[in-house]
Design a protein around this ligand. Sequence first.
Ligand code: ADP
Ligand code: DP6
Ligand code: CO
Length: 383
Amino acid sequence: MEGGLNKKDWILMVTAQSPTNIAVIKYWGKRDETLILPINDSISVTLDPNHLCTTTTVAVSPSFDSDQMWLNGKEISLSGSRYQSCLREIRSRANDVEDEEKGIFIKKEDWENLHLHIASFNNFPTAAGLASSAAGFACLVYSLAKLMNVKEEQGKLSAIARQGSGSACRSLFGGFVKWAMGNVRLISKDTNGSDSIAVQLANEMHWDDLVIIIAVVSSRQKETSSTTGMRESVETSPLLHYRSKEVVPKRILQMEEAIKTRDFTSFASLACADSNQFHAVCLDTSPPIFYMNDTSHRQVLFSCLQDGSQLLIINYMEKWNRFEAMPQVAYTFDAGPNAVLIAPNRKVATLLIQRLLFYFPPSSDTELSSFVLGDKSILKDAG
Ligand code: ADP
Ligand code: DP6
Ligand code: CO
């Protein structure tokens, strides 16, 4: 077959979708900034890709003369080390690609000289604390791997996505996922962080009663990115060091057990406690970081609560759990003001949504959406 590289008029593309994930035991702090190696393990739930997801199309053509990327319709620079690491790692694993229909044959070694155009869209707020970097980099790595016929297993791909954004490694799997921090005693340059990968703890069918509700209270971009925030916490927060050594290792084991046995009471109390400790670390950082302060200052939103106080969703959920004689509900907040609520089943979720809509009525800058964790799978190849 004639080598596709001789003709200039062809284009080959792949489109993939990738879900976001929400940590129930948080990653916060790196021990290696370049390789993105964390200071503790973390556990997350991957959300239904039909609701919150990134869609990325990667295209290759001999007529492209540089690598270029557009995010939500705007061109962004690929010169940053995170994008470069992902591109380099995937390119180095590329294989021969043949498209008989189009008469295209790309030899393994041709990939070094071919350029890419990448277009990515998030169907949810970017950089607002709903893990756009997780869905975004997982999708980038997955779609590039498809395009270049990379044959690595998901775990290996997760270690590449991790180099784009730490939380991205967990979005390579559906269901309940652990990011194992990897062995700290091995010198990172020797292992290249290859043992810091995501593993699936249980697939999406394991606990499909759970319902995840995302309360988007602000779509605004956060002031402190996760990357900057956690760097400052590592440098200044004594609580973070205590947390990563003394608290998280025990919590990881307890959370794994709660997931395995579908123990919602334990799941919920661990998730809430971990979210609260993560935000306590943010406050313990110098200067302090307030990821939830947008929510807390939205007085109009919260002043309609029956007791007249200006409550956060978090206070409301604590009241719910303590006084309402209701089944427990878990809450967790990432690095942003948006609430992620997890109900044990649809019945409780419906009741919760009713109440939330009453107490926190949607306005131009609020939105409550329900996302069901059901037959959700790993990244779907939409190409
Ligand atoms: P978030 O809480 O949304 O994850 P972060 O501060 O962690 O916020 O990351 C936001 C950054 O992630 C963006 O500035 C961009 O660099 C990157 N990102 C977001 N979406 C995508 C995407 N679809 N593809 C590639 N990179 C993305
Ligand atoms: C609070 O993965 O966005 O969402 O690795 O620097 O890109 P970088 O940070 P990122 O951090 C996510 C932090 C978190 C908790 C979590 O997802 O575990
Ligand atoms: Co992020």
